[in-house]
Design a protein around this ligand. Structure first.
Ligand code: AMP
Ligand code: ZN
Length: 113
């Protein structure tokens, strides 16, 4: 746990967000600035700075499986959804704790900006 890390604090219940799903390795909560009708973030409980720093395949797998579970729970598994991991400056990462965005509920454009 990193004291100053926003998503560590959320994952450890120190900030008041509603967890919408969780498993042994990861938790899921709504993005504070939703970019689609469904916009959920899935983060590992343990501090991992980004995908570039990930080393634990079981942990990473649990994050992705929770993202798929969130999509089912949010009712977008059939209509489709997008999972995004922004990594580093050019990737547009602003919170330096690995997270998967689960976006759905509308037709998403491609390619991304
Ligand atoms: P990224 O730009 O990929 O690092 O995504 C960070 C995301 O975290 C953005 O979509 C923000 O809207 C979101 N975010 C920032 N602070 C919070 C918060 N306190 N609760 C939920 N989502 C947040
Ligand atoms: Zn963290």
């Amino acid at each position: 746990m990193t004291e100053t890390c926003l998503f560590c604090r959320i994952a450890h219940g120190e900030l008041p967000v509603t967890l919408i799903a969780q498993n042994d390795h990861a938790v899921a909560f709504r993005d504070i600035h939703p970019q689609a009708p469904v916009h959920v973030l899935v983060v590992p409980r343990r501090h991992v700075g980004s995908l570039a720093e990930a080393t634990d395949g079981a942990e990473l797998g649990a994050v992705l499986l929770l993202a798929a579970e969130v999509a089912r729970a949010e009712g977008v598994a059939e209509s489709g959804y997008r999972t995004v991991m922004n990594t580093g400056d050019d990737g547009g990462q602003t919170v330096h704790h690995l997270h998967v965005h689960v976006l759905g509920g509308r037709r998403l454009g491609w390619p991304p900006g």
